[in-house]
Structures are given as C-alpha cells and as structure tokens.
Design a protein around this ligand. Structure first.
Ligand code: BGC
Length: 498
C-alpha cells in the first residue's frame, strides 16, 4: 500500500459558500491514470492554443483602439462607448449623506455613505442575496425587490438613534446598475442588453431608472434617485478621489469592463448637444462587447466557442467571455471534459459531477494556482471533495498548468484593452494609474502582475509607466461621490450641460 497523505484547508467560493476540506489520498492508485509524458504532451497543445504572443497582442490593441474611436464617433456601435454625464473629476471636497444601491451580479448591496470631505468617508452597508429566479423573472419585480431591501435598510439605518433623516427630508441615491445602459442624462439609462447571465424579462430596451423610480414610489421611500451609474464609472471616480493619478478604471469580476475620462470635443456622436467642448466626461466603454458577433480579432479556441454557443446570449460579450470570472472555470472544465471523452483522464471513474456546466468555479483556478504544497493537496481536495475524483500528481500538475494558461490569457487580453485606452488618450509617456476591482483582480494570484507583464510586452519598457492598483469601492463610495457631484451641478443650475 503506498503512503497516504493528508491535506486540509478552507476557502470561499464565488457563490459565497465557505468550504472546509480534509483530504487523504495515495501517491499512486490502482486506477488507470494518464502517464506524466501524456499529460506533458497535452499541455504543449494547450500552451499553443492559449498563449498570446506580444505581436498578436499589439494587433489586438490596434483593432481595439479603432473600435473605441468608432464607438465615440457613431451611436449604437457594438462597443457603445457610453457618455455617462459624469463631468470631470471630484474635487475631494464633496460632503453629505448618500445612499448607494449596487446591482451588479451575485449580490444586491445597499450602503449609506457619509462623505466627510478631504477624501474621507464613512460607510455602512448590507448585502442581500439574489436568487436565480430573480435574475430571470420580470424586471419590475427585480426592482421592487431592490426597493424592498432599501426600505428595510433605511428603516434600520436612518431611524431614530441613527438620527440621519429629519421629517420631510429625502436622501439622494446613486444607483449602480452594472449592465450596459445608454444614457441621455445622468438619471436615465436604457438597458441595451443584460450580461453576466441575467435575463429578467421586460427590461431590455427600457429606461431602468424610470422602472426603479416606480418601485421606489410603491414603497413611498424618502429617497431621490440622483444618478444611475455603471460600476466602472463609480470606480473611476472613487479611485481618483483617493489617488488623483487614476485615469482609467477596470472591473475584473463576474463581468469585465472599463471607464475613463474623455474630452467632450472627442465624443463626436454627442456634438449636437452643444456641451462645452473644453469639458471632460467619463465614458463607460462596455468593452466586454469587443469583437462580438464578427469574432475577427480575438484568439478564440473551440472551448470559447462552446462557452459562447451555450450561453444565454450567444455571440455577445465576446471579450468578456475570454476574461471574466463567470467563464474561466467553465473554459477549464470544457478542456478537462474533452480529455475525459478522449479517454485520457479519469478512466474507470465516474465523472458525472464534473460534466455539469459551470460546476467548476473560477475560484478553483486561483486555489489551484496558489497551492503551496509539492503534492498539490489543494488540487486533490477540489477534485475529491467536489467531484469525487482521484488524481495523480502528474494530472494535478497538468490542471494547475492549465489554470495558469487560462488565467494568464485573461490577464494579457485585459492588458490589450488597457493599452488601447492608454494609446488613445496619450497616457503612456506621463504614465497613469488604473484603478482595478473585482474578484479576479483581488483574489486571483498573480493576475495584476500578468497584466503588468502584458503591458510591457505591448509597450516595451514604457509599459512600466502604467500601473494598476486596487480601486476604492466604486459602487458604494464612487456612487455617493457622483451623487454629490450631480447634486452640486443641479444646485448650480447645470443639469444637462456644462
Ligand atoms: C457589464 C458592465 C459591467 C461589467 C463589470 C459587464 O458584464 O456589461 O456594465 O461594468 O460587467 O461588472
């Protein structure tokens, strides 16, 4: 009998579930397993599929830059480059109490933010879980649920004791709605399409701000919707509030997207609005849609095509589907399933648990990559605990290497998007900070380093001038700052224009 090993640890999945694992396994088992050499041969094949050369990256950057320009010049483009009506940077002197509601993916979050000026703030918040049905049912019902949560939160946090609200007073609310919405003003937003697996009916093509106001009325809440914002725009403003070198913000979470500050004179599609051409306005790029439908520029593998074809939105969000946390685990699972079908992996074992779409959480990739043990005990734990599968060391090393390939490709593609904005805005020489947030950026080991490495592959040494950093809470603090900036503009008689 070979020596047995034990491993244990605990971690939290993107679903919020915390798992403790205790593992016991053997170095070699009686089951038929692939040899070390077979796994190494397969790895070479996947290496060539998932690796992006610097030259290929530069080609992507070029196409990306053209796409960004097109979105600024013409309405209704695939990458819509949405004008947000957030004008310029915060002063740091914004003050007051603001509510922030954040509907972006897994959770719904309600915050009360007190901006104290000089870049300081206090925040209290509550999270509410969204069910799968809520994401797919009727849109108005989803907004009613948001209003209901706000109602509970306001009762608890602004009643007597908390002493926040005087009779007749209403709180300004920044609503972070992290889906592509085309905006005509800051408190308006027509949903272009749901992303990240959402599909609530009767919502696409409608003004979600209006729908949400209806829900607020139902609950007669002392709340005024001041601004509808995207999480990237909130992140841009919040990060600049604390680090004025910030010029770009990126979210690497369930979805992927970026925002940056643009010169109004260069947004030709809104020329007719007569906004001061000397002003600046934040642009929500919605870059996750890059290369959608046509699939001309991105290096898609057959696994990416399957992810796309079997998604609730085939053809859409092509860039996002190669990068974001919602999809990376599924890409890896599809590769493993192919090797199961070819009879390379898990012969003689029952693999039904692994055959369920989306059962392989992206958190598993980061856990595998950060496993510090020689035997890869964490990898053992994942496969035995979640999928009832025995693995050999050679197989575990292969899974880890595969995770690395998929994670690295995601980071290098993200670098291409950042490089496109940097080139377009001429930020390379002077350098700039990129505020980044989201589970992939915050939790995936080495993700930031790989983005930086990618930027250097694209720009050479000057790529070092572009540095990402962990962003301030965009959908809480950022949304409050934007609500404050908007209130200030309204008080000064500047609502739509500068
Ligand atoms: C949405 C964006 C959002 C991003 C990150 C994407 O799926 O389209 O609006 O900013 O996810 O949350």
């Amino acid at each position: 009998m070979p020596a047995s090993r034990r491993g244990s640890g605990s971690f939290t999945l993107t679903t919020g579930q915390t798992i403790a694992i205790h593992t016991r396994t053997h170095d070699e088992e009686d089951l038929p397993h692939a040899t070390k050499k077979t796994m190494a041969d397969h790895l070479r094949k996947y290496e060539s599929l998932f690796t992006l050369t610097p030259q290929r990256m530069r080609m992507i950057v070029e196409a990306f830059t053209e796409t960004l320009e097109l979105g600024l010049n013409k309405p209704n483009q695939i990458v819509p480059m949405i004008p947000t009506y957030v004008f310029g940077w915060p002063t740091g002197q914004e003050t007051g109490d603001f509510l922030a509601l954040d509907l972006g993916g897994t959770n719904l979050r309600v915050c009360l933010v007190t901006l104290q000026g000089e870049g300081k703030f206090e925040i209290s918040q509550t999270k509410y879980r969204l069910t799968e049905e809520q994401k797919q049912e009727d849109g108005q019902k989803l907004f009613d649920f948001c209003a209901e949560c706000l109602h509970t939160f306001v009762e608890t946090n602004t009643g007597e004791g908390a002493g926040q609200l005087k009779p007749g007073q209403s709180l300004p609310l920044g609503f972070t709605f992290s889906y592509p919405c085309s905006q005509e003003r800051i408190d308006h937003g027509e949903l272009i399409r749901w992303t990240k697996g959402f599909g609530a009916g009767n919502t696409e093509g409608r003004d979600v701000a209006e729908m949400f106001k209806k829900s607020l009325e139902k609950y007669q809440l002392p709340i005024k919707l001041t601004a509808l914002i995207n999480d990237t725009t909130g992140t841009l403003i919040a990060s600049h509030y604390v680090n004025p070198k910030t010029k770009i913000a990126v979210i690497f979470g369930t979805g992927c997207n970026a925002a940056y500050m643009e010169h109004v004179k260069d947004i030709s599609k809104i020329e007719h609005l007569g906004i001061d051409p000397g002003a600046e306005m934040a642009i929500n790029c919605e870059w996750g849609a890059f290369d959608s439908f046509e699939h001309e520029h991105l290096p898609r593998t057959k696994y990416d095509t399957i992810v796309d074809d079997t998604s609730n939105k085939p053809g859409e969000q092509a860039f996002e589907k190669l990068i974001s946390g919602r999809y990376l685990g599924e890409i890896l699972r599809l590769v493993i399933c192919e090797l199961i079908d070819e009879g390379v992996l898990f012969l003689g074992q029952n693999t039904y648990k692994l055959e369920k779409p989306y059962c392989f959480d992206t958190a598993f990739l980061s856990l595998m990559e950060s496993d510090p043990t020689d035997e890869l005990l964490m990898v053992i734990g994942i496969f035995t605990h979640f999928f009832a599968l025995e693995t050999t060391l050679a197989e575990r090393q292969f899974f880890r290497a595969l995770a690395k390939l998929i994670g690295r490709r995601a980071a290098r593609l993200s670098a291409c998007g950042i490089a496109a904005i940097v080139s377009k805005m001429g930020h390379l020489e002077e350098g700039c900070s990129v505020g980044a947030d989201g589970s992939l950026y915050n939790k995936y080991p080495g993700f930031a380093d790989r983005v930086h490495e990618g930027l250097q592959d694209i720009f050479g040494d000057k790529g070092r001038n572009i540095v990402t950093h962990h962003a301030e809470d965009g959908s809480g603090v950022g949304s409050a700052i934007i609500a404050a900036m908007t209130k200030h503009r309204k008080d000064a008689g500047l609502y739509l224009n500068v």
